[in-house]
Design a protein around this ligand. Structure first.
Ligand SMILES: Cc1cc2nc3c(=O)[nH]c(=O)nc-3n(C[C@H](O)[C@H](O)[C@H](O)COP(=O)(O)O)c2cc1C
Length: 198
């Protein structure tokens, strides 16, 4: 079992999403003693926002790329190789302003590539990243799994849509929520960890 663990909170060891993500990784490792783990902290080595050179490179055939364009596509090629190589992908994400942090969005912008991770055929779009198990570890100050704030959650629905578009449809979500709410914050992490079921 090859595990890829992606971190997108800048809060290091204090991060709730990282703590939950680590607990998910531990569960996977216990279930699959024969495993390798690659951890990628997207805040420590951030992906660049897409610039003209990246886009030009994406749409230029490999043999026609200039040295500048070869350099520009490296982040994307490496990130795609990482997900293609993984069996299980654990994505830790805080909720920022109802969505995912820009560090994680930038990573997505580099992996969502026509001809590499999805294609358009006669039957419409087809995801090319298949046979992956994806686990989302989402942390939020409030509660979004139920109640009136559920409509404000653009983390899980967005990740399910964009990852699913690329073929990653086997997705489980775990949430540590209410971490800013007195009365809930004290037990939020324990509750989230206890709810982990692979
Ligand atoms: C910039 C920023 C934006 C945030 N936006 C929201 C939000 O929209 N809704 C919410 O419930 N919590 C919000 N929070 C609280 C975080 O989701 C919460 O503290 C979470 O635990 C952060 O993840 P981490 O502990 O993994 O770093 C925000 C926090 C920050 C720093």
């Amino acid at each position: 079992m090859k595990i890829l663990h992606l971190i997108s909170s800048p809060q290091g060891e204090a991060s709730f999403s990282v703590k939950l993500g680590n607990a998910i990784v531990n569960e996977i490792q216990s279930a699959h003693p024969d495993n390798t783990l690659t951890t990628h902290d997207l805040t420590a080595t951030p992906f660049p926002h897409l610039e003209e050179a990246h886009l030009t490179s994406f749409y230029t055939p490999e043999e026609k790329r200039t040295p500048e364009l070869v350099e520009a596509v490296k982040h994307s090629d490496e990130a795609i190789a990482e997900i293609m190589n993984a069996d299980a992908i654990v994505i830790d994400t805080p909720m920022y302003n109802f969505g995912i942090p820009s560090t994680l969005k930038t990573w997505i912008d580099h992996i969502a590539r026509a001809g590499k991770t999805f294609s358009y055929g006669e039957k419409g779009p087809e995801g090319l990243v298949k046979n992956k198990k994806v686990y989302l570890a989402i942390s939020s100050g409030g509660i979004y799994s139920e109640g009136f704030m559920k409509a404000y959650d653009f983390t899980e629905p967005y990740l399910r849509a964009v990852l699913g578009f690329m073929g990653m449809t086997d997705i489980k979500t775990f949430r540590v929520e209410g971490v800013k709410m007195p009365g809930l914050q004290e037990t939020a992490l324990d509750k989230a960890i206890q709810a982990i079921e692979l």
